[in-house]
Ligand binder design. Sequence first.
Ligand code: FAD
Length: 518
Amino acid sequence: MHCDISQFQNTTFDLLIVGGGINGAAIANLAAQRGLKVTLLEKGDFASGTSSKSTKLLHGGIRYLENFEFDLVHESLHERFIQFKSVPHLAKPIRFIIPVYHGDKRPLWMMKLAVFLYDSLAGCYRIGKHQSLSREELRKLEPHLLNDGLMGAISYYDVQMDDARICLENILTAQQHGARVANYIKVMSFIHTDGKITGAKAVDVLTEKSFDVRAKRIVCTAGPWTNALLRVASPNTKKIVRTTKGIHIVYKGQLTSNALLITSRKDNRIFFIIPWLGNSLIGTTDTNYIGNPDQVKVNQEDIDYLLKEASRVLPSVDFSPENIITTFAGLRPLIRKGGAPSKVSRKHFIMETPSGLIVVIGGKYTTYRKIAEECVNRVIANSEGVKQSLKRLLRRFAPRNDVNVQYSLYGSGPINDDLNQIARDQGLTLDTIEILIKTYGTRFKAVLALTKNQPSLKEPICTCTPFIKAQIVYAIETEMARTAEDIIQRRLSLIYRDCRTKDCERVIADFINKSIST
Ligand code: FAD
């Protein structure tokens, strides 16, 4: 349960990564797989920053087309395809419908052109084909959708994912390849040798023990905390990251069968209403944020904006604050540039400070693998000879069949078992077996194995889900959960479900307390 800090001492790592969001996790994973001696330190839980506050889409970003960012959309659609193929338990296709109304900023022809371009840019990485929908077809698909002023509708496909668990699976895969990863360890300052950064001073946030870590190269993947970390490295450093806030509402019940892409009447922004774990995810906003990233929160104004817009297009739904299950706010770590928040590019950028700190800025969740590849190539290029660098460069321009690119994570792989048989053998419901597979992929058997000597772990955690107690033990022993919140929010996503009794929270807190005292 406690982090063993001796694993970071008396050794010099090839690479130290500061920040365990998706970018840090993927860099740790790829670097470890390429043979580097890697460590990653995260000040909270893995993915507790922006990487669990996203809209949970692996997407090209249809709205970036109007900013003419065709290269970003193309790259993202390619990455969407790789994830969809590689982690099918955590990434599922989802159909989006765009209803267009009289007076919307973007007319129907423009939306039709957008989805056509979107699918064309995806090419062989397309997930499903776009389609024009008649009023009648739309009424059948979404009977609660506003009909007045409707000009037409189009549908297209994207991918819905579990952001916190994809990040965690990168962490666990990195660990499997020898990386030393730890959560609740904060980097407080850097160690300099001859003007270059050669290590960090860190503290275990839960035990307050301090220690030093030495590394040949250090990467900062601190997302919205990048400016603060760079100031620790060098007090006069200019701010390089601009943060914009985005909030989501998880609303009780599945309001629509498909995801909806809606144009807001207030500011012409695009927002979504998406089915999510039996409820509805409504979001997001995009407003400038200049405060402390640790204190970002949802304001009443944000909630009012989203609920007002959602109730306009779903007039028969009686939107009321009591039906809000939860809300969450995240910060986009964007490259520092002026202009409206939604106009700032979501492209990533990797730079190096004069003291040798590599800094990853910007990007989208969807492009994390690409960002990690570029960053690890850079780290390795710095340490390899000219001949190897040249070879790597030539490989980069060689023709490739990218359709076959695989990015296996901790739970990746085919599952060919007879699930009914497993349910019978285990004395569990099929619902439980299916939800275990959706959560852990091929690793679901490792969760079930925990019940062999302790059958009581087959008991349900609560009445709100088919989850079983073995999952709590697995989260603590294998997935490095150190607090009840880690399990409720990011290992099991219980926070998005409509639990009336909150028994799940009490049961999880009991397990955590017992694990601390043993
Ligand atoms: P983070 O996830 O924030 O990770 C940085 C980590 O560094 C944090 O966990 C933090 O605790 C840690 N850290 C900071 N300082 C220290 C320190 N001193 N020591 C140790 N650790 C430290 N992208 C998509 O592709 N699809 C979407 O649907 C999508 N939706 C979004 C919706 C919203 C509202 C927002 C805000 C973003 C969305 N994005 C989306 C963008 C995407 O979520 C981000 O690009 C991505 O999560 C950024 O990951 P990161 O690793 O850079 O940052």
